[in-house]
Write a protein that binds this ligand. Structure first.
Ligand SMILES: Cc1cc2nc3c(=O)[nH]c(=O)nc-3n(C[C@H](O)[C@H](O)[C@H](O)COP(=O)(O)OP(=O)(O)OC[C@H]3O[C@@H](n4cnc5c(N)ncnc54)[C@H](O)[C@@H]3O)c2cc1C
Length: 523
């Protein structure tokens, strides 16, 4: 799969020519998980597809989630049955098409009384029924003694028991990337750092896309019979290109995560904690790190790097320190933070966490379809529905949807080559990152250089930030936010992408500025 799915967006002249050479059946705006899923599904059904992403793939919300492929027990409490049902069954599908991107992690909920335990178990039984959860994944009840043994740092005073149920953890950016690569393998033409700036229609749609890459002034005109706007938090802006008078439909909500070293807060499972304002937050194990998240507050802007404030960190640390009383987390423990904006459909009256996570699709005056409001967990099903609708509108013969069974790149079962030159840490890391493609990465080396080469040659990385934040997650899960990797990684990228030394330094500075800005309000 990987040879055909290699993303080679560096040759901008060729990209422009390919984009302008044909009238596509479908142009998808936005290379987050929503656009990625749509492009993959449509390409697999035989449609001629173009996908245009303004920055790097997954540079919006799809690299800032809690990285959970979950059925969303909390949506059951809110009565959002369709969301629960779909997300719960989609978990199993994702695990089968990309096992390396869906790692099972038990979630632990401590209960304080027999009644609480009973209610929770009833809810979980409904959840398991709705999601057609198999026997092996049904919830368990742990005694306090077992809870203590499994999570020695967790406070157990006053606990009645613990309810434990499995969900999945993913790498959101790499899931998006794998989905886009699969679309590419099926013939989709894919361009990153190409922002759509104009939308018009005269029979077919015509889109103007302009480069957002330093030192590149590519401008392309893309023709398509149908356009789907999957621009996440920027969906309203795209709608306004179609109709400047269009009132906003999104209510944006910001959520942050904070990463600490596992030696400061060690969890073996995902621990669910209740905040004073009755929300659930999570402590999630991530190798040498533990991450905590998240918050949910309305936010006015669709920023790529929304601010993180001291009060956000306090909010997460206060609850965590209650659950893990010997930990005493403070600002000095912050390894890194990330923050993202949920593209919810609704109004900013009421509370952000009460807005439904069900996706909505609407048609604009020119006929552009826009989609927003859904979850990463259900991206595949969401894509299937909107591609069905697109095929109806286009009135064309198309193949049936196969996204639930065809593996994503890295999801095939293979025999691993002799990987003895890899140390244990790299082997674990690479298995998670590359799945069955690990053999291919191994041919490029055994460390950071191989990761960077693979990121550029196969995974479409065009800026240092693309490698640091989204291909490798070093920005979040590495000592000091991965800033020590910037110099060596930039040198490999400079060689592969013909950067001058000034450009290389600019790329390093750009990442350092992102890192610094993310910490500016944390004291
Ligand atoms: C804090 C937080 C935690 C979350 N946790 C979870 C979770 O654990 N599990 C879960 O299932 N969901 C979770 N979600 C929700 C999930 O992350 C989002 O639903 C999903 O990532 C949205 O993807 P998207 O593709 O619609 O948007 P994005 O990922 O934002 O993609 C939109 C893309 O459009 C591009 N774009 C914008 N303008 C243009 C233009 N003019 N031309 C071309 N491209 C353009 C952007 O650059 C961007 O890459 C979470 C969200 C947040 C904020």
């Amino acid at each position: 799969m990987s040879r055909n799915s290699a993303l080679n967006c560096a040759d901008r002249t060729e990209l422009k020519q390919t984009l302008e050479a044909t009238c596509f059946d479908l142009a998808v705006i936005g290379g987050g998980i929503t656009g990625a899923g749509i492009a993959r599904d449509a390409a697999l059904r035989g449609l001629k597809v173009a996908l245009l992403e303004a920055q790097d793939f997954a540079s919006g919300t799809s690299s800032r989630s809690s990285k959970m492929i979950h059925g969303g027990l909390r949506y059951l409490v809110q009565g959002d049955i369709p969301v629960v049902k779909e997300s719960a069954s989609e978990r199993a599908i994702l695990h089968s098409i990309a096992p390396h991107l869906a790692t099972k992690s038990p979630y632990i909920l401590t209960t304080r009384s027999r009644v609480e335990s009973m209610f929770l178990r009833i809810a979980l039984k409904v959840y398991e029924f709705l999601g057609k959860v198999g026997k092996e994944d049904k919830h368990q009840v742990w005694s306090v003694a077992k809870l203590k043994a499994q999570e020695p740092s967790l406070a157990t005073e006053g606990a009645h028991n613990a309810i434990v149920y499995p969900e999945f953890l993913t790498d959101d950016a790499r899931l998006t990337l794998a989905t886009i690569r699969s679309a590419k393998a099926e013939g989709a033409v894919v361009g990153n750092y190409l922002a759509v700036t104009e939308v018009s229609r005269d029979g077919d749609f015509s889109l103007t896309a302009e480069s957002r890459l330093p030192e590149d002034d590519t401008k392309a005109t893309i023709k398509a019979k149908l356009v789907i706007n999957a621009a996440g938090p920027w969906v309203d802006q795209l709608c306004q290109l179609e109709n400047p008078a269009q009132a906003p439909r999104l209510a944006l909500s910001r959520g942050i995560h904070v990463v600490v070293a596992a030696h400061r807060l060690k969890v073996n499972n995902t621990v669910v904690m209740s905040t004073r304002d009755k929300r659930k937050i999570f402590a999630v194990p991530a190798g040498d790190y533990t991450y905590l998240g998240t918050t949910d507050e309305f936010y006015p802007d669709s920023d790529y790097w929304p601010d993180v404030y001291a009060k956000d960190i306090d909010y997460l640390f206060n609850t965590t320190n209650r659950y893990f009383p010997n930990t005493h987390l403070s600002a000095e423990d912050v390894v890194s933070v990330w923050s993202g904006v949920r593209p919810l459909v609704g109004s900013t009256e009421g509370k952000a966490n009460e807005i439904s996570r069900k996706d909505e699709v609407w048609e604009g005056p020119m006929g552009m379809l826009s989609i927003a409001g859904g979850k990463l967990s259900a991206y595949r099903a969401m894509a299937e529905r909107i591609v069905d609708r697109a095929i109806d509108i286009l009135n064309i013969e198309a193949k049936p949807c196969t996204t639930a069974t065809l593996p994503l790149p890295g999801g095939e079962s293979i025999l691993y080559a002799d990987l003895t030159k890899l140390d244990e840490i790299t082997l674990t890391r690479w298995r998670r990152m590359y799945g069955s493609e690990i053999n291919e990465v191994y041919t490029m080396g055994t460390g950071l250089e191989a990761e960077v080469r693979y990121a550029v040659l196969v995974e479409g990385a065009l800026r240092l930030e693309d490698y640091w934040a989204r291909r490798s997650s070093r920005a979040w899960f590495d000592d000091r936010g991965g800033i020590d990797s910037l110099e060596p990684a930039s040198r490999v990228m400079a060689e592969l992408l013909n950067w001058s030394d000034d450009r290389r330094k600019h790329e390093v500075t750009h990442c350092l500025e992102i890192d610094k800005a993310s910490r500016q309000h944390i004291h």
